[in-house]
Design a protein around this ligand. Sequence first.
Ligand SMILES: *Cc1c(COP(=O)(O)O)cnc(C)c1O
Length: 387
Amino acid sequence: MGIKEKDFEYVANTYARFPVELVRGSGSLVYDVNGKEYIDLNSGIAVNSFGIADKEWQAAVTDQLGKLQHTSNLYFSDPCATLAQMLCKRTGMKKVFFSNSGAEANETAVKVARKYAAEKKGAEYFTVITMKNSFHGRTMAMLAATGQDAMHKDFLPLMPGFAYADPDDPSTLEKCVKENKVAAIMFEIVRGEGGVLPLDKSFIELIDRIAKENDILTICDEVQTGNGRTGELYAYMNYGITPDIVTTAKGLGGGLPIGATLLGEKVKDTLTPGSHGSTFGGNPVCCAGACSIISRIDEKLLDEVKQKSKYVFDAFEGAKGIKSVTGLGLMIGVETEKPVADVISACIEKGVLPIKAKEKLRLLPALNIPFELLKKGIEVIKEAAAK
Ligand SMILES: *Cc1c(COP(=O)(O)O)cnc(C)c1O
């Protein structure tokens, strides 16, 4: 039985996989089972921040792996404490709760918001406003938080306590705040799965203002946009706002599962012993890898991300077969005249791996992708889109 047949037979059928079996890689190059080379333009959906088998990250991970792979949260452990300190120092947030995925980081944020609002304003203040076309994860609560009916329909009833505003119609945010007793407003600076749709600066400022005026918490979901992806350590830093809660995951661990919920001044003491927890959260191996990632996202790297971003936007500007380019930093959506699936197939054929978001190509290369590989990859996409 080949790998594909085995997978079809035994793995739950939840993913429409591309017909490629990857076995190894190095940096932004990845190789399939036949030895064919590909330029990786998605880095495992914004996870492999410094590419594949990065030496520094590998050393941090294997060093910790050789000492102690897991402690449980009943004991103190250095990588977890050090990572929390690094994240707080770099963001001004006050405390961190660690989990294992983006959905869990968001679950934590909503638990914190509900507890904070219940204690401060009353138990009826439990609603969290999220955005149309948002994506916050696959757990039951995050399914409800996700503002996409198509994802809800097979899993009703939804968990109550969410209302949806439409960033294209800012008045809907005011309406949601009037019609509900609101604990928090949760948003992605760039809606990733929703189609790489950045929020307008004016809408981000509106969220910030309405939240302040109504004593509502803000939760910035930086699961995809975080950890250098947009040219700042966290995407909210592009806009001069300070969320009360920031969630992140994907790129934080550089390839190992970790979620983090960063808690600002207002909510730093909301969680108390026993109110929340995770068996694997703060795992020392994952945290050691994440420390290596965060310590290397410095001004120089962020400048490079911005330059590469500009290069990609410029390269697609006015190109044949390209309808629009959206995004921020190295999180870029490309709308093509041809069906996106056809463009991706042609790219795979030519040894380039973009992914999609809704009906767009989505590019999420490693932050340190060499310029030459990025250029080569973009040329292949342009060719595939033009024909
Ligand atoms: C991927 C993603 C999630 C879910 O993360 P998982 O690790 O798959 O649970 C949540 N929010 C955003 C914005 C994401 O991009």
